[in-house]
Write a protein that binds this ligand. Structure first.
Ligand SMILES: NC(=O)c1ccc[n+]([C@@H]2O[C@H](COP(=O)([O-])OP(=O)(O)OC[C@H]3O[C@@H](n4cnc5c(N)ncnc54)[C@H](OP(=O)(O)O)[C@@H]3O)[C@@H](O)[C@H]2O)c1
Length: 272
């Protein structure tokens, strides 16, 4: 195993089997951290784990769990406790998206989206935080999105609102945790080249057509540096930082107009 840059040991990554989560896992492993990868599909997890272990030499455990299900979150944490695995860094990365007018969207998918992106992230953090506090050290990295800075996102309202929750949750908790040794970071990637684009139906969204797509590796490197430096927010890419800045400007009318344009379908003629 490589030497670690900090006294923080094992990193748990939800959604660690592919995309940004896998790239984050690799970045932490390159820096000497052991890993626990969590996702639902076992075969993909095992493939990712054996590749990472061979490439980096760290210890990689896998756990299948649906983070949208509170009972599975509890089973996951108890299983780690029984195995004597201490989580020093929690990466709340697993998330799904959706793109459709609310009235046309699948109610079950919206439910799952909120259960995963909002409640799963909150529940796992609440469950692992007491141990981090008792050790006086830890990091929590929450994967939000650039859309968290949008002043509402027509046609993907629920996804955009879920990521605004993640950003607000992180900013609040970061202040609450001051002086405890546990630091909280929100990562806000812009469009990134992963399966999320096809699985969440965002391929036709103007933000995805017009803005350059980053590689997951580039996002993961920026996230690692920001997390270890204890930064509360990390927005990889200059253009994305400009858009996020615009999103927080007052009055919000201009930002709202820009994000309404970026939220629409590139192949439709309506602005929303
Ligand atoms: N790609 C982008 O453009 C982009 C931009 C901004 C933010 N993000 C955010 O980045 C995060 C990762 O996205 P990605 O692009 O890497 O997506 P991805 O390629 O679709 O990967 C999603 C990962 O999450 C896991 N997952 C999905 N549902 C889960 C559940 N209920 N329980 C446990 N694991 C689950 C998946 O494995 P299983 O399916 O096997 O469970 C997979 O490992 C998400 O929070 C997303 O909102 C993405």
């Amino acid at each position: 195993m490589g030497s670690r840059a900090t006294d923080l040991g094992t990193v748990l990554v939800t959604g660690g089997s592919r995309g940004i989560g896998l790239a984050l896992a690799k970045e932490f492993a390159r820096n000497g951290h052991d890993l626990v990868l969590v996702a639902r599909e076992e075969a993909a997890l095992e493939r990712a784990a054996s590749r990472l272990a061979i490439e980096t030499g760290v210890r990689v455990e896998t756990r299948t769990a649906d983070i949208a299900d509170p009972e599975e979150v509890e089973r996951l944490v108890r299983g780690l406790e029984d195995a004597g695995i201490t989580v020093d860094v929690l990466v709340n990365n697993a998330g799904i998206g959706d793109h459709a007018p609310l009235v046309d969207s699948d109610p079950e998918r919206l439910q799952r989206l909120l259960q995963l992106n909002v409640l799963g992230l909150t529940g796992l953090t609440r469950r692992l935080l007491p141990d981090m506090l008792s050790r006086g050290r830890g990091r929590i990295l929450n994967v939000a999105s650039l859309v968290a800075y949008f002043q509402g996102g027509p046609n993907w309202t629920t996804y955009v609102a879920s990521k605004a929750y993640v950003l607000s949750f992180t900013r609040g908790l970061a202040i609450e945790l001051r002086g405890t040794g546990v630091l909280e970071t929100a990562l806000a990637p812009g469009p990134t080249d992963t399966d999320f684009v096809s699985r969440s139906g965002v391929g036709d969204v103007r933000a995805y057509r017009w803005l350059p797509k980053a590689s997951p590796e580039r996002i993961a490197h920026a996230a690692y540096v920001g997390t270890m430096a204890g930064r509360t927010t990390v927005i990889p890419g200059l253009l994305n930082r400009l858009l996020a800045f615009l999103g927080e400007l007052h009055p919000r009318g201009v930002a709202q107009a820009v994000f309404t344009l970026l939220s629409g379908s590139a192949t439709s003629t309506t602005p929303g």
